[in-house]
Design a protein around this ligand. Structure first.
Ligand code: AMP
Length: 361
């Protein structure tokens, strides 16, 4: 294993959103400089970084410049073109490895890879026509969630089928854009949880306590820790997350989303090869946040203790909800974080806040 990154070295981040911003802030606290590759000017990450290369994520000249400037490169969103990550990796260490991006970018390969590690997911079939959809629905008892295999996030590009005469399959493949799809069996989950876990360059893994997540309109609304699930369920989720990290030869932080069934069994919904919205609570309730943990992992530093000193609820400030900030700032034990976005468009994540409270029991 190579030596840890020395303070003063530059970390490259592909993507300029709020996750990149929070990574850049954590990097700065550990004495590193950051360079952001992001086409949009004045993006949230570049506002707090040392420099921005304003170019497309797959611009060869920009990738070469990023590699030249940086001792290590990471990314803050999972749709970074794999070819761009591989191009970077030929010149500079890239963590998480491009292979993790490749696996996570396609819901079908993602589920197949997770199942191959002995970890459960919803049952699924590939759908490339209305006929595939009809056959899949028949196999899953007439119910299922149809998703685009690639480029879906926050519930976008999804359609739910429930038993009933109104469920027409004719023309659905075309209506979804005639792109490769996946039909998943509808999981009758009791709750949704996620685990933020990290793996260092030395192969050591750590996992934070699982958070219980509530979505609204397909977007994460709140993450509550501890999650209201049995200790064995929470342990199984943490173990699955660690096994996924090992299975992918991963370095950095991953977010793993799970469905919890009524009997406590956990199924992986999806993995995000990056820091994750459902881990924002760690900045308020843990000594080492997911952002610092990621920087530590990719820089080859010791991983931090993921222990939690407080119970907490993180809530996203979406669109106009950002107007709550002046009031939230008056409240005790509330940590507010804004992303530097000028315009509060509907559905846009403007910031979040975490309310901490003494741990129960
Ligand atoms: P995803 O984009 O895959 O994370 O899905 C967004 C949300 O849709 C999830 O957080 C669940 O609430 C719901 N969902 C997705 N897939 C399924 C499934 N197979 N069964 C039941 N609900 C699902």
């Amino acid at each position: 294993m190579s030596a840890p990154l020395a303070p003063g070295e530059t970390i490259g981040i592909v993507g300029g959103g709020q996750l990149g911003r929070m990574l850049a802030m954590a990097a700065a606290r550990l004495g590193y400089r950051t360079a952001i590759l992001e086409p949009e000017a004045d993006c949230p990450a570049a506002q707090v970084a040392n420099r921005q290369i304003a170019a497309a994520y797959d611009d060869p000249g920009a990738l070469a410049e990023l590699a030249r400037l940086c001792a290590v490169v990471t990314y803050e969103f999972e749709n970074v073109p794999v070819a761009a990550a591989e191009r970077l990796a030929a010149a500079v260490p890239v963590f998480p490895p491009p292979r993790a991006l490749e696996v996570a970018q396609d819901r079908l390969t993602e589920k197949a890879a997770i199942n191959a590690m002995g970890i459960g997911t919803a049952r699924f079939v590939a759908v490339d026509s209305d006929e595939d959809l009809a056959a899949g629905l028949a196999a899953f008892g007439g119910e299922g969630v149809l998703k685009t295999r690639r480029l879906g996030y926050d519930g976008k590009g999804q359609r739910v089928f429930r038993r009933g005469p109104e469920d027409q399959v004719q023309g659905v493949f075309a209506a979804m854009g005639s792109v490769p799809l996946i039909l998943e069996a509808l999981v009758p989950f009791a709750r949704e949880i996620s685990v933020i876990a990290a793996r260092g360059r030395d192969g050591k893994t750590v996992a934070y306590d699982p958070a219980e997540n509530v979505h609204r309109d397909g977007i994460l609304h709140t993450s509550t820790v501890p999650a209201a699930a049995a200790p064995e369920t929470l342990a199984a989720a943490r173990e699955a997350a660690a096994a996924i990290l090992d299975g992918l030869g991963y370095v950095g932080v991953v977010g793993v989303e799970f469905f919890v069934l009524a009997d406590g069994e956990v199924l992986v919904n999806e993995i995000a090869p990056r820091v994750h919205n459902s881990g924002h609570w760690t900045e308020a309730a843990c000594a080492v946040s997911q952002f610092e943990q990621h920087i530590r992992a990719i820089a080859g530093l010791a991983l931090g203790d993921p222990a939690r000193h407080s119970d907490c609820v993180m809530e996203n400030l979406i669109g106009d909800a950002v107007a709550r900030v002046p009031q939230l700032l008056r409240e005790k034990d509330v940590v507010v974080h804004l992303y530097g976005k000028a315009e509060a468009r509907p559905g846009r994540k403007m910031g979040h806040f975490t309310r901490i409270m003494p741990p129960r029991g």
